[in-house]
Design a protein around this ligand. Structure first.
Ligand code: PLP
Length: 356
């Protein structure tokens, strides 16, 4: 047999690939590392799943998730041709990178931000411009537009990950007006904020807003998301998506979850209350806590050693996400779990920092 040699494109060969948050097999673990929702999906969504007629699975699904996209269009008062569904927002992002970046067309995004973007840009063999957030509070820098200049795709993650903070809506509007390219606003955490950018996607020709069902709707395991934008932008994205990118079961379940607004609101309210309580307590213990508009907190312990805090929590079966780096290494990202889980986090945290 011939010896293996690489058949990959050089840029793919050089890629490390995206590292997803750990999905541990140990069951007695408080899992706060991937910003999942600690509560189950809507009972109405679970009923749809239970009653799903699996004999129908021999047929392909509706190729464009029409029923779901129509529900989105109705909710936001837009036309059907302004909506596309995806197999999670990672799929929406992949489609967008294919559409708007190439060797000649670069992408700009925040630093720090969601780490998948830098993998997707490598696949395109395209260049990435990073716009460093102010280190003190992760707010937008004064010269934001200057730093994004020349890119064809600008991704604004609002609220941002892993920092959790949002950015002033008026500032985002101004950026969208002045930026000469497509602005993709990744609103994975929009339901946990006080405002959002949907109006910009509805009214501006260069803005796309992407939303996921993974976080506020408790459907991370199902993989479902959607994006809204100008009909011409969305039309181009349809050309690039996988032919049947969202499966039949997910379309039905996601629709039921999307329409159960009462459940969504109840769930989001509980998470926001827990978030405020945990943030206050950590501040009283001497932590620096970045103002969060998401379902997680980005916090720096009194000694500024995020890795040590991660390790100490891990010893107690609490798993969070640590991001090494000069700035991010001082922090730990903690997803908001149930009230009881967060009580345990606070109890252990008090124990750790009383020792030192
Ligand atoms: C900012 C951001 N965008 C997108 C995603 C991916 O979400 P999805 O589960 O919809 O692929 C995440 C997941 O953590 C995220 O933090």
């Amino acid at each position: 047999m011939r010896e293996y040699k690489s058949y990959f494109r050089p840029e793919i060969e050089a890629m490390a690939g995206y590292t997803p948050g750990e999905q541990p097999k140990v069951s007695r673990l408080i899992k706060l590392n991937t910003n999942e929702n600690p509560y189950p999906p809507s009972p109405k969504a679970m009923a749809v799943l239970k009653d799903f007629d699996s004999t129908r699975l021999h047929r392909y699904p509706n190729a464009n998730a029409d029923e779901f996209c129509e529900a989105v269009a109705k909710r936001f008062g837009i036309s059907r041709n302004m909506v596309i569904a995806g197999n999670g927002s990672d799929d929406i992002l992949t489609i967008s990178f294919r559409a708007f970046t190439s060797e000649k067309l670069s992408m700009a995004c925040l630093e720090p931000t969601y780490s998948l973007y830098k993998e997707l840009i490598r696949m395109q063999n395209a260049k990435m411009q990073t716009i460093k957030l102010n280190t003190e509070d992760f707010s937008l820098p004064e010269n934001f537009l200057e730093q994004s200049q020349g890119a064809n795709l600008l991704i604004i993650t609002r609220p941002n990950a892993p920092t959790g903070n949002s950015f002033p809506l008026e500032k985002i509007r101004e950026i969208c007006e002045k930026f000469d390219g497509v602005v993709l606003i990744d609103e994975a955490y929009a339901d946990f904020t006080s405002d959002n950018c949907m109006e910009l996607a509805k009214t501006m020709p260069n803005v796309i807003v992407s939303r996921t069902m993974s976080k506020s709707y408790s459907l991370a395991g199902m993989r479902f998301a959607y994006a809204v934008g100008h009909p011409e932008l969305i039309k181009g994205m349809y050309k690039l998506k996988d032919s049947y990118n969202v499966d039949m079961v997910a379309q039905k379940v996601a629709l039921a979850a999307f329409e159960d607004i009462d459940y969504l609101e109840k769930n989001v309210k509980a998470i926001k209350e827990t978030r405020a309580r945990v943030a206050n307590k950590l501040k009283s213990l001497g932590f620096k806590v970045i103002d969060s508009e998401s379902n997680f907190l980005f916090v720096s312990p009194p000694d500024g050693d995020g890795e040590n805090y991660f390790t100490e929590l891990r010893k107690e079966n609490i798993i969070c996400r640590y991001f090494p780096g000069e700035i991010t290494g001082k922090y730990l990202r903690i997803s908001i779990g149930t009230s009881e889980e967060m009580d345990e986090v606070l109890r252990i945290t008090e124990k750790i920092y009383k020792k030192s």
